[in-house]
Design a protein around this ligand. Structure first.
Ligand code: HDD
Length: 750
């Protein structure tokens, strides 16, 4: 299935106009009244939300479906009112004693408007502040029904979900494509209550015990004196901590790999990280690790692209997710589990399942698919939904239980606690996005922002005055009954011996990478340590690298201009895990962005046919021309001024049929004045140079070859396709895109 195909025209429009589509242009999409030039004056009801957007499903604070219509949720009526519903005649002028006189204290509208504005901000999340989210649905295959009694994992069950993706370190307004771990948090609104799977795009964590969480975050966040740098780990405090605290080595290795700079949220894996304990209807238990596998494959940016995007479009990932959903290209992930017998030692093939710095290679325990998630609706209000959603690792449903992973234990405390400060009190589960889709009958009462109007007189147990209600539910009535695991031990502040191995899995990861991925890792460490000022920090981290691999250590040391130290603790040799590499497979190209440089001098018939063929292949063509407006019947979506190579997964150069004037010359009045006739516009040259350097496919026809020459790119270079037939050039370009990049263009690793 190729969901994008049904909405191909919408996608062009969406991406082209950065979310302000001119719907009138698109067949099949109702013209939702493009804004008029003059300010409308005829009173009318609020406009309906855009077709791709919805709010949270409408449930009461106590989990009852309310049936209220989506668009009736927040605003109603044609006229401006106060918060008390009083209609207002003027919101542009304060009430004054004469036009030039003093403002009057009795102006209740002024007072209310400014009071509310003064309090619009809430504290951002202490970690994962920067994020974006979407609604969707999870459809269970039923393949896990033999190992868990969770109702939402029974065969064929559909469960609404809300998913928030995030970076960890940056503030709410920080850029999207920084090198960092990504959060991948899913809220399942199941019939048995809310279940949250609060994961990351990296399967291991920095620390083995949650008591260290403030330490790792303090080290990663900006320096407390100057509050720089923002949203990145390339600074002294981070490397000071991780070089001293070597259990962070495995996670840091993933961060320095391409996994730290995803191409899109839609192209990331997700991991539950910890081992969880599933329990079935008979009470039998199985240990599992959760995995989300993206249908589009796992793909990354190059570091230079990521850095450029941070300036050119800091909202790149947020825009990508919303645009894809608006266009109907609904991203999908398969949920899978690795399963392990629940043995008393909770080890598998020598790997401690309670140690969150260890993976179990997929070759040892394959990921078994248990359901499919599709994200298909954008939120209608960022604050109400994406900002106010509250995830908690302890939001569990019957059939899913925790293990004694000491990292998980601290999380089970932290997530509830943080919402008190962030969302202003204990009633955050009543915020619409957080409301369960199951009846709520707790005995929690009152508190700030209490939205529920509880009845009865006896919120206590036992009672007779409310007829004994609420009653306790045993396992037979769907109650959450913890697995009665035996617990014994001395009270100690110690880690088990198995937690002491910090290097063998980073080495496993390193050895599983292709040469180009290794090169990227070397570059990332060299960059990050190169941004450190303290010599001791760099030297200490080189000692860590020496314990992972001598080549890695040598190459980074060389880049830093420092001697490479000898290993102190040679790691165990584990077999590589080919599943960890992102290179060497082919993936669907749905939703990829193809830039087409063209103008009136081209054969517009060919350009139109290529554009249609891109759409038919489920991808997005963006026409790039010297100036805005229309190119024949096609809208120009980028100009030489607004386009930058990093937006495109591949670039097509539509040359003129014969030498002379073509699309690549400087037509922009200002640039044109500076360029001799026949020169290639430097912005087009830059685009080609960057696309080439970032190992993306380039195609061209007609006079396109002269642009390649101007950019110093050989027509014979890998991934460069020059031909006479535009559509044939496109077909070959798409073939290259399936591998994500023209990997041969990167020099082989040392
Ligand atoms: Fe956490 C947020 C994921 C360890 C404490 N965490 C947060 C979010 C994600 C994760 C995805 C953002 C949720 C959202 O979108 O609202 N955290 C993880 C993973 C971890 C992890 C995968 C390790 C396996 N976290 C972790 C520890 C602690 C926390 C050990 C504390 C001891 N995390 C928090 C928090 C946050 C949070 C402070 C900040 C905002 C929030 O919870 O709601 O409680």
């Amino acid at each position: 299935s190729n969901p994008i195909k049904s909405a191909v025209e919408k996608v062009v429009d969406t991406v082209a106009h950065h979310g302000h589509p001119e719907k009138a242009e698109i067949p099949g999409v109702p013209n939702s009244e493009p804004p008029s030039l003059e300010e409308p004056v005829e009173p009318r009801e609020p406009l309906a939300p855009k077709p791709d957007q919805t709010g949270p499903d409408t449930f009461s604070p106590t989990g009852q479906p309310t049936g209220a219509s989506q668009d009736a949720m927040a605003q109603g009526g044609a006229f401006l009112t106060s918060a008390q519903g009083v209609r207002l005649p003027d919101t542009d002028h304060s009430l004054k004693a004469g036009p030039r006189g003093p403002v009057l204290l009795q102006d209740f509208h002024l007072r209310e408007k400014i009071m509310h504005f003064d309090h619009e901000r809430i504290p951002e999340r202490v970690v994962h502040a920067r994020g974006s989210a979407a609604h969707g649905v999870f459809r269970s295959y039923g393949t896990a029904a033999n190992i868990t009694k969770a109702a939402f994992l029974a065969e064929g069950v559909e469960t609404p979900v809300f998913v928030r993706f995030s970076t960890v370190l940056g503030s709410r307004g920080s850029a999207d494509t920084v090198r960092d771990t990504r959060g991948f948090a899913t809220k399942f609104y199941t019939t048995e209550g809310v279940y949250d799977l609060v994961g990351n795009n990296i399967p291991v964590f920095f620390i083995q015990d949650g008591i260290k969480f403030p330490d790792v975050i303090h080290a990663g966040k900006p320096h407390p004196d100057r509050e720089i740098p923002q949203a990145q780990s390339a600074h002294d405090t981070f490397w000071d901590f991780v070089s001293l605290h070597t259990e962070a080595t495995h996670h840091t290795m993933w961060n320095m790999s391409d996994r730290g700079i995803p191409r899109s949220f839609r192209m990331m894996e997700g991991f539950g990280v910890h081992t969880f304990r599933l329990v079935n209807a008979e009470g039998a238990t199985t240990l599992v690790k959760f995995h989300w596998k993206p249908k589009l494959g796992v793909h990354s940016l190059t570091w230079e692209e990521a850095q450029l995007i941070n300036g050119v479009d800091p909202d790149y990932h947020r825009r990508d997710l919303a645009d894809a959903i608006e266009a109907g290209a609904y991203p999908q992930w398969e949920l899978g589990v690795q399963t392990f017998p629940d043995t008393p030692d909770q080890m598998f093939e020598g790997i401690d399942l309670l140690d969150p710095t260890k993976i179990v290679p997929e070759e040892l325990a394959p990921v078994q698919p248990i359901g499919l998630m599709e994200l298909n609706r954008n939120p209608s209000n960022f604050f109400a939904e994406t900002e106010q959603v509250a995830f908690h690792a302890g939001h569990l449903v019957p059939g899913i239980d925790v293990t004694d992973d000491p990292l998980l234990a601290a999380r089970l405390f932290s997530y509830l606690d943080t919402q008190l400060t962030r969302l202003g009190g204990p009633n955050f589960p009543q915020i619409p996005i957080n409301r369960p889709h199951a009846p709520v009958n707790d005995m929690l009462r009152d508190g700030f922002h209490q939205d529920a109007v509880h009845r009865g007189v006896a919120p206590y147990r036992p009672n007779s005055l409310d007829g004994g209600c609420p009653f306790q539910a045993g396992a037979a009535e769907g109650g959450y009954v913890e697995v009665p695991v035996e617990v014994a031990g001395r009270k100690v502040r110690e880690a088990p011996a198995s937690y002491a191995d910090h290097f063998s899995q980073p080495r496993l990861f390193w050895r599983s990478m292709s040469p180009v991925e290794k090169e990227h890792i070397i570059d990332a460490y060299t960059f990050e340590l190169g941004k450190c000022y303290e010599q001791a920090v760099k030297e200490r981290q080189l000692r860590v690298l020496a314990n992972i691999d001598p080549v890695l250590c040598r190459e980074v040391a060389q880049g830093l201009g420092l001697p490479a130290p000898e290993p102190t603790e040679p790691p165990a040799e584990l077999a590589p895990s080919p599943a960890l590499s992102q290179v060497g497979r082919e993936w669907p190209t749905d939703g990829r962005i193809i830039g087409i440089v063209a103008d009136e001098s081209c054969d517009l018939g060919v350009v139109g046919a290529v554009r249609t063929a891109v759409l038919a292949a489920g991808m997005v063509p963006l026409i790039i021309a010297p100036k805005g407006g229309m190119l024949g019947t096609m809208p120009v979506q980028r100009t030489f001024l607004t386009a930058r190579s990093v937006e495109f997964d591949a670039l097509l150069l539509a040359g003129a049929p014969a030498p002379g004037k073509d699309a690549f010359g400087a037509r922009d009045a200002k640039a044109g004045n500076l360029l001799p006739d026949g020169a290639v516009d430097p912005r087009v040259v830059l685009m080609v140079m960057e696309v080439y350097r970032h190992a993306k496919a380039i195609g061209g026809w007609g006079t396109a070859a002269r642009v390649l020459t101007a950019a110093g790119v050989s027509e014979q270079a890998p991934g460069v396709i020059v031909g006479e037939d535009g559509e044939q050039v496109l077909r070959e370009t798409i073939g290259l895109l399936a591998a994500h990049r023209v990997w041969e263009r990167f020099p082989p690793a040392a």
